[in-house]
Write a protein that binds this ligand. Structure first.
Ligand SMILES: [Zn+2]
Length: 171
């Protein structure tokens, strides 16, 4: 029953990526609106790209630690990455860094490109770079706040565990 609520998009490193039905309906509206307002289409695709890049970051870091990711779900304003939890508390908190790190890999060059080529690039590319740069940086910072449901509620806990591991290794 669960599967009827999602549309399968593609696979990344054998992990299926799904879009929730609510997102698909909104995308239909966006496509219709984009005939008149193309910036809406570019903006929405850029936001989806940020969400996907974020979740792929979790996936790649989980893979690196040997933790299996089952699926990635894209919703209207958020996404989720379902994965196997490690027995190690440190590894679980470390995977929480994957999302913002992947965003940083994209927002740093996007910010640079935006400001260097602001007078030379067409509008649709500038809009896209604005989202992948400025908006992505803001959402990454917001996501690092130590609040429930945010990565910040988990990722910062990796730091003391990292130094604890290092300390015990030395002994
Ligand atoms: Zn995340």
């Amino acid at each position: 029953m669960e599967e009827f609520r999602y549309i399968s998009l593609f696979k990344f490193q054998k992990v299926p990526i799904y879009a929730h039905w609510s997102l698909c309906i909104i995308m239909l509206f966006v496509v219709v609106l984009s005939f008149q307002y193309s910036f809406i289409f570019v903006s929405v695709i850029s936001i989806l790209a940020i969400m996907l890049i974020h979740e792929l970051g979790h996936l790649l870091l989980a893979n690196k630690l040997g933790l299996k990711t089952y699926r990635i779900n894209l919703y209207l304003i958020h996404a989720s990455c379902e994965r196997h939890l490690s027995n190690s508390e440190y590894e679980n908190h470390l995977v929480a860094w994957g999302g913002v790190l992947a965003q940083a890999v994209v927002f740093v060059p996007s910010l640079l490109f935006f400001h260097i080529f602001i007078n030379d690039l067409p509008d649709y590319l500038l809009i896209s770079l604005f989202f992948l740069g400025h908006v992505s940086l803001l959402t990454a910072l917001f996501n690092l706040l130590p609040l429930p449901y945010f990565d910040g509620s988990s990722c910062w806990k990796a730091l003391p565990l990292f130094f604890k591991k290092k300390y015990y290794k030395k002994m």
